[in-house]
Structure formats: structure tokens, C-alpha cells
Write a new protein. Structure first.
Length: 480
């Protein structure tokens, strides 16, 4: 990898805005200015990083260096600490030694692009103009663009792997799956393949080769383990023996990109679901514990709407004897009581767009509605939606008859039914709720009691407060 970066940089026509060569470090202060300039220029160029390489002359000759930044000091202070104290905001830069040959050592600085705002050294912002370092204040138009770029970088645009060859791109990404899923013929040469991947923002060109974006890696990685920044975003599936987490029968961790592995994940899960006998339209039939369409929608939503900035955790699917829980990092970004009615707000718009285009989930705004509708159609207990600052969990429950539903489940089902009716431009009635619960018409007082409980909790309200007939009253959500 390091050798590839060096060779790609040398192959450039000259030094540029994100590549600088030095032989030795005779002036630590000037190096600090270069770090600031390269970080800001990388941001301006929409690149994830820039490179400062010691041991290469201005003529691009590899001569080696006697400079060792990890051992040198500035005064009595380690040189790296000295730089860090003067860079504001702190910019991540990594230093890699490379034994280019037996007698030639290089040091490669990989400098992260500025985020949030320009990077200053000793309170002055710098920028690369061609091969020169200049004060950013002298280029106000570039400074404005850096401020804009630094604040709009999304997870999807960030780089998972940088500076790799076209052959490496085709090895790391399962590009045949992309062309199959988009129903396009597979191009005959790798240049055309790379061009299409670039068009989709899965890959970008860089002075050091090609970069694979997080978007490309998350969706089409041949192996997520190959990408350090996202390998913890693998989907975990845990199957338990009973109704608690004491005895896990099986745990699997998916290693393919979401688009590549999604259908296999759903099939694997459906094959392991128990069947239930349910009463649908007065006919008993054997079905899987959960409708496949509902599972696809909930799992796809968990993948799409997760917070990728939360490190060390990813989506988890847990299958129990009586339920399935799908958990993803991050909150919902919408009020939990309006998760059915409000259009989803996604942190990852490009990811969501691609997965919808590939048919892995419903069009915007109707996915959760469909899950609720399926729960009603199959007379299942209502799904449960939970959210905190750190996670969102959706729980689907196996079939149980109305008489065995808890009071909490009946209340939640009534509220969800009311919202579902409201967004289809119909009010909830005693009659519609009886149908939801498969309650006989003669037992309308049972539905009335449930409605009264939900009214008392302030979750729904009368559409017409002047109507005194409980049987004929119409209801809408309290926020309607």
C-alpha cells in the first residue's frame, strides 16, 4: 500500500495541491505550514487526505531522508507534539516509515482533509496554490469554499480505501452484483466498469490512484473486513433458543456489502423462521412467523438509517421464539409517535436512494406504513418502536390471538391503527378497530373500552367531539 502511494505520487506530472515532496526537514515551522496547507487543499479538492513525503527531491528522485519525525525534537519537546499544539483545529496526520530499499528510507505523512473549518498553523490558515504554500486569507473565494466543503462531508463521501489500482478496486468491490442488480450488461473492459462505479460515487479518482468511498464499500464490498473504517458495520444475526438471551443457538456475521448480501440474509432468516397457524379472513393457514415483506422493510430501514459515526457497533438482528428484534446505531431523527406518518429522515440519503433504486425497500414514506398494514392483515401484535440517543429498535411479534394480547399491546395496536387510517384519509371507528382485532360485531363494547383507554392516555382524540355515540364516533391521532 505505501509503495503504491509513493509510486502513484511520483507518476504525477509534478507536485500539486495535495502532494508535496521534501528531502529533509530543515525547518519544522515550514513543515507545520505545509500540513495546514495540505489539509485545507484536500478539503477544497474533495479529497479525503493529502500526502507529504520526505526522501524525494523536487525532481522526483528517490534519495531517502535522514529525518525521523518520530524521534526528533523541537527544543525539549517531541516534534510531533510541537506540531499538534500549533495546529488548530487538531488535524489527524499519520506518519509511516517506508524502507524503499536497503539504504533508502522514506517517511510518508498522510494528512486528513480539514473538517468543520480550515486548519491553521500558529493561528494562520494556509493553502496550496500549485506547488506553493500561501496564506488562505489572500484567497477569500477558496476560503469560503473550504468552509462549505468542510461542513458538508457526509459519511458516504468519505474514503474507505485510498490510492489503490483499478485491479484492486475490482477485487475489493463485487462489481458483477452491481451490474446484475441494476440490470445492466457487464462491460467488456475494466475501464468502462471503473467509469460506471465513479458515476455512482462508489469510486473516485485521486492523484494516487483510485479511492473507494464508504458508499461503495458499504453497498458492494466483496468483504467488509477489508475496509478498516466500516468493518464493524457488518450485520450480526443471533438466533436464540427461547424467549431470552440465555441460550444462543447460532450467531452469524455478514461480511458482504449490504446490497450484495441482502437477499441472502433475508432468505437465510426466512428459512429459520418457525411457522404459525393464524386466522386470516376467517380461514386458518400456516405462515411463517413474520411476512417476508415486513422483514425486508424493517431490516433495510435499519441498514439505511443507522448512524455510521457511532463506532464499534453495527446493525443487529436477534431472533427469539416469539419475536424478532432489529437494532441499529443512532436514533430515528423523527418523533417515535410519528414514525408511521412522517416521511423518514435519513442521515445517509445517497445510501437510501441506491437501496431503493435496487429494490431492497419501499419508496420514501410508505415502508413503515406497510409493516403496520401487514401486521393488521395477519392479525399480529403491533410492532414496537423504541429509540434512544444511541440506538433504534424495531420488534416484530409472532402471532397471538386478541385474548392473549397484553393491555399495552392492545393500546399500541389501537394507536397504530388510528394513525394508519388517518394517513389513508379515513378516521378510525369502533367498526374498523373490531376488524383490526377480529372482534365480532356483537362485542363492540370491547372495542369501545380499548378506545376509551387510548383516549384517556391522550394518544387519540374524537374527530367530532359533539358526537355522543361511542359506536359511531370517529377518531384521529391526538397530533392531527
Amino acid at each position: 500500500m505505501l509503495m503504491t502511494i509513493v509510486n502513484n505520487c511520483i507518476d504525477l506530472p509534478d507536485e500539486n495541491e495535495i502532494v508535496e515532496f521534501k528531502v529533509n526537514n530543515s525547518d519544522p515551522e515550514n513543515t507545520g505550514k505545509i500540513i495546514s496547507a495540505l489539509a485545507n487543499s484536500a478539503c477544497l479538492s474533495d479529497q479525503s487526505c493529502a500526502y507529504l513525503i520526505f526522501g524525494i527531491s523536487d525532481e522526483k528522485k528517490i534519495v531517502g531522508t535522514n529525518f525521523d519525525p518520530k524521534t526528533m525534537k523541537q527544543g525539549n519537546e517531541p516534534l510531533i507534539n510541537w506540531w499538534n499544539q500549533r495546529l488548530n483545529p487538531k488535524v489527524e496526520f499519520e506518519i509511516y516509515p517506508l524502507n524503499y530499499s536497503q539504504d533508502v528510507t522514506l517517511y510518508i505523512f498522510r494528512i486528513q482533509a480539514a473538517t468543520n473549518r480550515p486548519v491553521a498553523f500558529s493561528n494562520i490558515n494556509y493553502i496550496r496554490i500549485g506547488q506553493q504554500n500561501r496564506k488562505l486569507m489572500d484567497y477569500p473565494d477558496k476560503e469560503r469554499r473550504i468552509w462549505v466543503n468542510a461542513n458538508k462531508r457526509s459519511f458516504e463521501k468519505m474514503i474507505a480505501v485510498e490510492g489503490v489500482s483499478d485491479d484492486s478496486v475490482l477485487k475489493l468491490l463485487d462489481y458483477p452484483s452491481y451490474f446484475k442488480l441494476t440490470e445492466q450488461p457487464l462491460p467488456q473492459n475494466k475501464q468502462e466498469i471503473i467509469t460506471q462505479l465513479i458515476k455512482e460515487d462508489f469510486v473516485t479518482r485521486a492523484p494516487t490512484g483510485f479511492n473507494i468511498t464508504n458508499l461503495g464499500a458499504v453497498l458492494f464490498a466483496s468483504s467488509l473486513s477489508e475496509f478498516e473504517s466500516i468493518k464493524r458495520k457488518q450485520v450480526r444475526l443471533i438466533i436464540y433458543k427461547g424467549r431470552d438471551k440465555i441460550d444462543a443457538l447460532q450467531e452469524i456475521q455478514g461480511d458482504k456489502g449490504y446490497s450484495v448480501g441482502f437477499s441472502s440474509l433475508i432468505k437465510f432468516l426466512m428459512d429459520r423462521l418457525p411457522t404459525n397457524e393464524i386466522l386470516k379472513d376467517s380461514i386458518r393457514e400456516e405462515i411463517k412467523m413474520f411476512p417476508e415483506i415486513a422483514l425486508r422493510e424493517v431490516i433495510a430501514n435499519a441498514l439505511i438509517h443507522q448512524d455510521f459515526d457511532m463506532h464499534g457497533t453495527g446493525p443487529v438482528i436477534e431472533l427469539f421464539e416469539n419475536r424478532i428484534e432489529i437494532t441499529n446505531p443512532g436514533n430515528t431523527l423523527v418523533q417515535i409517535d410519528k414514525i408511521i406518518s412522517d416521511p423518514p429522515i435519513s442521515r445517509n440519503e445517497k445510501l437510501a436512494s441506491v437501496m431503493r433504486r435496487l429494490g431492497f425497500c419501499e419508496e420514501r414514506g410508505c415502508g413503515i406504513d406497510r409493516v403496520i398494514n401487514l401486521s393488521e392483515t395477519y392479525q399480529l401484535p403491533p410492532p414496537e418502536f423504541e429509540t434512544t440517543n444511541v440506538f433504534t429498535k424495531v420488534t416484530l411479534f409472532a402471532y397471538k390471538p386478541f385474548v392473549k394480547m397484553s393491555s399495552e399491546e392492545k393500546i399500541r395496536a389501537t394507536y397504530q391503527h388510528c394513525v394508519l387510517k388517518y394517513i389513508t384519509k379515513e378516521p378510525m371507528t369502533n367498526s374498523s378497530l373490531r376488524k383490526r382485532f377480529s372482534i365480532k360485531e356483537s362485542n363492540y363494547p370491547i372495542a369501545s373500552r380499548i378506545i376509551r383507554e387510548v383516549l384517556d392516555l391522550g394518544l387519540i382524540k374524537l374527530m367530532d367531539a359533539s358526537n355522543k355515540s361511542k359506536k359511531d364516533s370517529k377518531y384521529v391521532p391526538s397530533w392531527a
